[in-house]
Design a protein around this ligand. Sequence first.
Ligand code: GLA
Length: 703
Amino acid sequence: MSVTVLEQANIFEIRTDKSSYVFGINEKGIIQHLYWGAHVEAADCGYLLKSRLHSSFDAEIDRETEEYGGWGGCNYAEPALKVSFADGVRDLKLRYEGYRVVGENEIVLRMVDSYYPLDIEVHYKAIPEYDLIERFVHVRNSQTESVRIEQVTAAVWTVQALPDYRMTHVTGRWAGEYQLRSTVLSEGKKVLESRRGFTGPHANPWFAIDNGKADETSGSVWFGALGWSGNWKIVAEKSTFGHVRIVGGVNDFDSAFVLAPGEVYATPVFVGGFTSGGFGQMSRNLHKYQRDYVLPTSELRKVLYNSWEATEFAVTVEGQKELAQQAARLGVERFVVDDGWFGERHSDRAGLGDWYVNAEKFPNGLEELIDYVKELGMEFGLWVEPESVNPNSDLFRAHPEWVYQFPTREGTQLRNQLLLNLGLPEVKQFVLHFMTTLLTKYDIRFIKWDMNRTVTEPGTVASGQDVGASMWIKHVDHLYDIWAELRGRFPHVEFETCAGGGARIDLGILRYADQAWISDNTDARDRISIQEGFSYAYSPSVMMCWVTESPHGFNGRSLPLSYRFHSAMMGGLGIGANISKWSTEEMEKAKRYVELYKEIRPVILNGDMYRLSSLRDSNVAAYQYNSKDRSESVVFTFLQSQHFGSEVRHLLLQGLVSHASYEVNIDEGEPFVRQGSTLMNLGVAVSLRGDYKSIMIRIKRLE
Ligand code: GLA
């Protein structure tokens, strides 16, 4: 049981294996946050439940920290909820009404406005084994009139009593996603958000706070991740009284909506956690949580081949067959045809929206290729981009009113395409229908679902359909509905989330997606940084990585095949090169890497990941993966460039059993035996010389 209620003292504790989260009801009926961190005795926190007025300019609300508060009275902090009532009153006074405990791990607090019957349920669901709490809110309009919701967030997290607050987050852009940043929070706000209609490559809804001293292996870290794939906002606000509140949910920008009488709005889930084990433990807790509670399947990622970088739009049945034959020789398990197979899609200027198989490219239908792929022992996968349309398409010519647009404006084209208004019921039906036809007619086992542009001009000319600003929310709701429906109808099909690379990855879409394409940048060196940033919040079990050409088109950088494979073996392995041009020697080497990957795959995808060293502050990057029972471990080490002749370094491994003996294999070298304690404290000596060298170490426990 994670929830304890001290009725007399009006104090509540959510206790996970290694954390306490304590709040109480003060004499004004406000739910006040009291403590979040390593275990404490909840009853001892009672003295914190006091009104702490400072001056008439700084109301007590500035000093106290509300668990979930409305905009009203003298509350000037970023509000959790802001509404406008039908009579024009825009002041919310939420008062605690009661609680209920659901099952072992959930508590729901009920709040209601002091005058208007607007009911708020604040949900907390503990995940005790990973020291996490899922939070979300239900807003019920029990009035007879509508209420306008101007801002509604999923949770407010409070971190307090640190001398300094450092916030870590990711930023990026197309082909450069998941770049880590950290900043010291001074008084005021740091806002992370998306206003682009999807999660975005520019920021991602995940944050971590520490005192500036936590590292990979030690220190207290408070963190959270929001599950929403549309416009989102996370505001970290440091008050002048020294605490930090992190408020997050669907972005309120341009997003007010009307809640009709009797209607309930449910926010997305915002999960938060605490660890005293540094950023490494934070990531491992999030990874395990995703695997156990968020992701739809626990299947291991299949080794895939994707034809995009080899052919781009020049798809032909013969070309694809040739690639498939080569892919099968490498041991690939899933063959995926990317963009260019449908409609008049010969470039990015036409065809998007016309989801029929192009008869010139596939004169005998798609079946010919699918059968061929299956005969080679692989399953077949296909790329789609259902939310977009080229103006030069039959779909657009038939339904120009289906795209986002304002009546007096021309829609902005990005990559020569417009975006369908998925919020319209007929568009939702269209997408569901063509996807159902495709998945019924053909033996397709995998869908890569792309979205290659942001939302602009978010209006509609479809008559009687204007849902106003809430279209931002509707698009995502309908997207989730479609994925849920398709997963139900086609349980044997796996889905990948892609948006021009990694622009739609968050805990919302990961409830429906088995895997994620994290960047169009497949340069194996750049990928190390992108994959490292990604791993702070997201599990390697969803992270798809391809081996592609050298020199690479993005940077012109040449990298050895070993480096390219090692970098891509850190998650779900894929091959995206033009393998019909690979030499026999390259094919032989690649085949061995695929075999090796299949051996270590359970450790990589289901194990615990440790970031041992980073190219952010060293010329060596190293990542270790341990099997759950710590009997097996895999380490990838990458040298940027050797300097000053110092070639040997000791990598301090983590998470092994101290007293156990392990056999260590460094690449193809002679195996040797070391104790777990030695490997963790003295380390394992690796010798790296030159530029872009990489080494893989395998470690196995001896009985
Ligand atoms: C996006 C994806 C790529 C590829 C292309 C096809 O950029 O991220 O992987 O599928 O679209 O147009």
